[in-house]
Design a protein around this ligand. Structure first.
Ligand code: 3H9
Length: 651
């Protein structure tokens, strides 16, 4: 008996779900066939999902009572993409492309009902369906380029047909994610609904059946394929953001969208597959996928306590008057925390609170806060107090005094006398010993450090610094706060420079050594910028300020030889000194040697950090470089890069 017959009989009565694979189940409700994808946490399109989906579509195509099919995700989301863990292995049939072709060819209406994040291969399934409806909170996109590949199951051919060439170029080549409202406006979805996706999907399907609406095959759409001008592709490529230049996947994505306009659908699809294979085999995609998983691994350190940040709107205290206060408070509010701002001085408290509200208003006018109503509720979540004792109700109290041991120790000491056993006491420092700060505290187990990179409001990286006495709970709370701040945390043991500055020190020292050998600073900067660093080493010193650069070079032991040398070189201002950054071309062989020396110095220090147990895994150092120090993401970080470089030299 075929699968179709078995299910057709079985589902004649109101039916329980029938499994098509370990991750796909189906059910008939009246004349509608539901296909449920259930592969937590993000419904990634593993082999079992693809095979289950394929079998379910086949079965419903043949089932006489079924007049329309709805594909829907269980749990948090519609599928968020191919299963990245399967990349690098031969594809197990059915490939997603074949599944999509069978959905598209189905003679009954197939409707994608979208919630959560329909990304990558997930959106490609939806594009192969005949209709799409989405919850208003859904987000849709083809972010494959971020992982060093391009959409490989028809996305580059179907999306332009649905939303036009220019919008598709932006979405695919720059991994732009659309919210449901924009998706509706562009024609990517046919309807959006506020709630009860399941019920609305049934209603939508019944309407399609009742109206006898013709099936809409995206592959057949032509009217949006003409670009506004012939030069649109070249222009788009030459205006790619700096981070995407030299990215194979971005250039192939553009080429593939160009094919959508120039070639028959099936030919475009064939080329798309070719480009996917080329991208998958590239070192860039290996590095980008490494970074993807490394960033997620960084949240889980040994001893991590999930759910450490109790409640949906945790109360976070902020004490101290440093420059971090305003941006940090605003970011915590946006991240869904309630903030209790403390200052003993009533005037200072009121000024600080106004500065935070102004910042929120500025962010709102830039569209970072969705509505006036949301702005009001964020403002209402900001509380102020001049009574230190009020801080005892907080889940965490963050001190933001200027970076001096005396003031930091004093405030952490005072706070430790107030807070309860479970409150994390977070000291924000770039240079000081968290251990020494905690020594002044009555509750050293509650104390952890947080080091934000410059500029703190835009850099995605944060270091969570544990002393030998810091509790797992305090460190876990700091990690969870990083998530609220949309930053990537790396948990580090306390050491001079933590992870970023300690490895940066080794890198800068090497750059200074090369300078002393007679290579102009401008050449050294140019070599590393051409490699992909956001700034050359001397540009970086200018950017963060020479005082800070000197302190990073000297470390906690205070003024030393290398830091002084940097300042002397700056003062001398000779053509071989600094700064003379722009427009420099140098022989390739010299550039390669500069890059190798500086990055291998950073990698060697990174290895020492791992060996000393300062971080739990090598990838922690790499993501600090990628997210905190401007290392090109598609090269994976200095350790990843060093491993690949050594391997390619040995080959
Ligand atoms: C693609 O689709 C190619 C196609 O064109 C087909 C070609 C033929 N695979 O981020 P989170 C894991 S390429 C496997 O912490 P959030 C993740 O590692 C793909 N695993 O959650 C983590 O695991 P763990 C295109 C995945 O709520 C857990 O899920 N799609 C995948 O903050 C939770 O992840 C994308 O690029 C995956 N695709 O964010 C989307 N995705 O718990 C990539 C996640 O063990 N994903 N995991 O650490 C994302 O952007 C975010 O995960 C998402 C959820 C926004 C979905």
């Amino acid at each position: 008996m075929s699968e179709g017959t078995a299910l057709g009989t079985q589902l004649a009565a109101p039916a329980p779900e029938t499994s098509f694979s370990s991750t796909v189940a189906a059910r008939i409700d009246a004349n509608i066939g539901f296909i449920y994808i259930d592969n937590p946490p993000v419904n990634a399109l593993s082999h079992s999902v693809r095979s289950g989906l394929s079998a379910a579509v086949r079965t419903f195509s043949d089932a006489p009572g079924v007049q329309a099919i709805i594909v829907i995700g269980k749990g948090q989301t519609f599928p968020a993409g191919a299963d990245i863990r399967e990349f690098g292995r031969p594809i197990e049939e059915p490939a997603l492309n074949a599944v999509n072709l069978s959905i598209e060819a189905c003679r009954k209406p197939v409707i994608a009902a979208i919630h959560g994040t329909a990304l990558g291969g997930g959106l490609e399934i939806a594009l192969a369906c005949h209709f799409r409806i989405a919850l208003a909170s859904a987000r849709l996109g083809l972010p494959e380029v971020k992982l060093g590949v391009i959409p490989g199951a028809g996305g580059t051919q179907r999306l332009p047909r649905l939303i036009g060439i220019e919008q598709a170029l932006r979405a695919i080549a720059t991994s732009r994610i659309l919210d449901a409202a924009e998706a509706l406006q562009l024609g990517l979805v046919d309807a959006i609904v506020a709630d009860d996706l399941h019920a609305h999907a049934i209603r939508f399907a019944q309407q399609v059946i009742a109206e006898g609406r013709p099936l809409r095959l995206v592959r057949d759409l032509q009217d949006k394929l003409a670009p506004a001008s012939a030069g649109v592709f070249d222009e788009f490529e030459s205006n790619l953001p700096a981070r995407l230049r030299n990215r194979l996947a971005a250039t192939r994505a553009i080429r593939s969208v160009r094919n959508a306009a120039a070639l028959p659908f099936d030919e475009g699809l064939r080329k798309e597959r070719e480009y996917v294979e080329e991208c998958k085999a590239s070192p860039q995609s290996a590095a980008l996928q490494y970074v993807f998983f490394a960033e997620r691994a960084a949240f889980k350190f040994d001893g991590y306590i999930a759910g450490a940040l109790a409640g949906p709107e945790p109360l976070v205290g902020i004490a101290g008057a440093g420059a971090l206060r305003t941006p940090l408070a605003a970011a915590l509010l946006i991240g869904g925390c309630r903030v209790l701002l403390f200052d003993q001085n009533a005037r200072a408290l009121s000024d600080a609170s106004s500065a935070i509200v102004e910042r929120l208003e500025r962010l709102s006018s830039k569209g970072r806060i969705a509505s006036r109503q949301e702005l009001q509720s964020l403002t209402a979540a900001l509380e102020v107090t001049s009574e230190a004792a009020s801080l005892r109700h907080c889940t965490a109290v963050i001190e933001v005094e200027p970076d001096m041991l005396s003031s930091k120790s004093a405030i952490v000491g005072a706070l430790s006398a107030l807070v309860g056993e479970k409150t994390a006491l977070i000291t924000t420092t770039a240079l000081l010993s968290v251990d020494e700060i905690a020594a002044a505290s009555r509750r050293p187990a509650n104390v952890v450090g947080m080091h934000f990179f410059i500029p703190a409001s835009t850099m995605r990286q944060v270091e969570i610094v544990r002393t030998d006495r810091s509790s797992n709970l305090a460190a876990s709370i700091a990690v969870e706060l990083s998530r609220r701040l949309e930053k990537i945390p790396v948990v580090s043991r306390d050491c001079d420079g933590f992870v970023g500055d300690r490895t940066l020190r080794a890198y800068l020292k090497e750059a200074i050594a090369i300078l002393e050998e007679g290579v102009p600073a401008a050449h050294i900067d140019a070599a590393l910028r051409d490699f992909g660093m956001a700034h050359g080493p001397f540009e970086l010193c200018d950017f963060i300020g020479l005082d800070l650069a000197q302190r990073i070079l000297d470390g906690r032991s205070g003024p030393g030889e290398t830091g002084t040398k940097l300042i002397d070189l700056q003062r001398a201002g000779t053509p071989d000194g600094m700064p003379a950054h722009a427009g420099t071309s140098i022989p390739k062989i010299l550039a390669a040697a500069i890059v190798e020396r500086c990055l291998l110095a950073a990698a060697a220090e990174a290895k020492r950090l791992v060996a000393e147990g300062i971080v739990s895994r090598p990838s922690d150092v790499d993501i600090v470089w990628v997210n905190g120090l401007g290392f090109p993401e598609h090269c994976g970080g200095p350790l990843f890069w060093a491993t690949q470089t050594t391997a390619s030299v040995q080959r």
